[in-house]
Design a protein around this ligand. Structure first.
Ligand code: SF4
Length: 323
């Protein structure tokens, strides 16, 4: 059975139960995203609601997905209503919560609840974790090829890391393709660029952002949230892994990780991306306050290419960086 989900959660449980997890965001953004958003609006979703939410809603209704795991605490303020509207359409919805307080006992309880729902033993889940960690180790290496060897573009880094949320539903195939990609990249000459940027925030809905930056001699060598989806810490147990995963907790937890990576990756500046109508825009107040390199905030609304205004803002920021 295909099980949709709204953001990264202990996906090991779904694989252990013999089902295929499907990250709804990835299906949305790789499909006819504009049309998918329009479909949700035709179904009554308001104009001033984030496109990702509308995308996930339409993707479920247009697919054979009958069950969706919604992360109702730690992700998005809109998920409750998304789950209700899906339920109304006959979809089975299963809530999962990351405690605001980053509490291990509460997380363990959520994990056990999900294991019980899918009738899997924790031992089976750990076997899957070990299998996925073998791939995750390779992603850590891919990330190093990006920020140490300078052989991977920001977009390539983004794609591999963002797709590790569900391993495209097939870890074996994902690993095979990853091995081929790494072998190809190892033979490359280092990329030439002037500035090293970090990308903070949810993955962009804008399709050509990384290309535009590279055309202006900027490579993104740190994709913050995409890296979090790849579970790079390789902890021994499931609870530790999802406690260290910063995305669902407070912005201060994210900032801790961001500060370390800015230093380690020698970043010149960061782009803090947020989505129109997203509560996470408020986090930019604290990101700007505590990040100690220049920060450019940009906002994406509809899926598609960069608009002229955002291009101009990026170019002005780069001019400022050069002088
Ligand atoms: S971008 Fe913000 S509003 Fe949109 S789905 Fe993600 S958390 Fe929710």
């Amino acid at each position: 059975m295909k099980i949709g989900f709204t953001t990264s959660f202990p996906v090991e449980i779904i694989f252990a139960a013999g089902h295929t997890p499907v990250d709804l965001n990835n299906i949305f953004i790789t499909g006819n995203a504009k049309k998918i958003v329009e479909d949700a609006e035709s179904g009554g979703y308001p104009r001033n609601i984030c496109s990702w939410i509308k995308g996930m809603y339409s993707v479920v209704l247009a697919s054979e997905i009958e069950t969706v795991i919604g992360v109702v605490e730690g992700d998005c303020s809109n998920t409750h209503s998304l789950m209700d509207t899906l339920k109304d359409q006959g979809i089975t919805v299963i809530p999962f919560s990351f405690s605001y307080y980053r509490n291990k006992t509460e997380l363990e309880r959520e994990i056990k609840k999900l294991e019980k729902h899918f009738k899997v033993e924790h031992q089976q889940v750990l076997v899957v974790k070990k299998r996925l960690d073998k791939i995750r180790k390779k992603l850590v290496y891919l990330d190093e090829l990006t920020y140490i060897e300078n052989k991977v573009t920001g977009f390539e880094n983004h794609l591999w890391l963002v797709n590790s949320s569900d391993f495209n539903g097939n870890p074996d195939d994902y690993e095979k393709r990853l091995d081929n990609f790494i072998a190809e990249v190892e033979k490359r000459q280092p990329l030439k660029f002037n500035l090293r940027f970090g990308f903070l925030g949810v993955p962009p809905i804008i399709s050509d952002l990384y290309d535009f930056l590279l055309e202006h001699s900027v490579n993104v060598v740190f994709n913050e949230i995409q890296r979090q989806f790849s579970m790079p810490y390789l902890e021994n147990n499931l609870t530790e892994q999802y406690i260290r995963y910063t995305y669902p907790y407070s912005v201060f937890d994210r900032l801790e990780d961001i500060q370390i990576e800015i230093k380690k990756r020698k970043l010149d500046a960061v782009i803090s991306y947020s989505q129109s109508f997203c509560h996470r825009q408020i986090d930019n107040i604290l990101i700007k306050k505590y990040v100690n390199v220049p920060v450019l905030t940009i906002e994406g609304d509809q899926p598609g290419e960069l608009d002229a205004r955002t291009k101009l803002r990026i170019e002005s920021f780069l001019d400022m960086m050069m002088y």
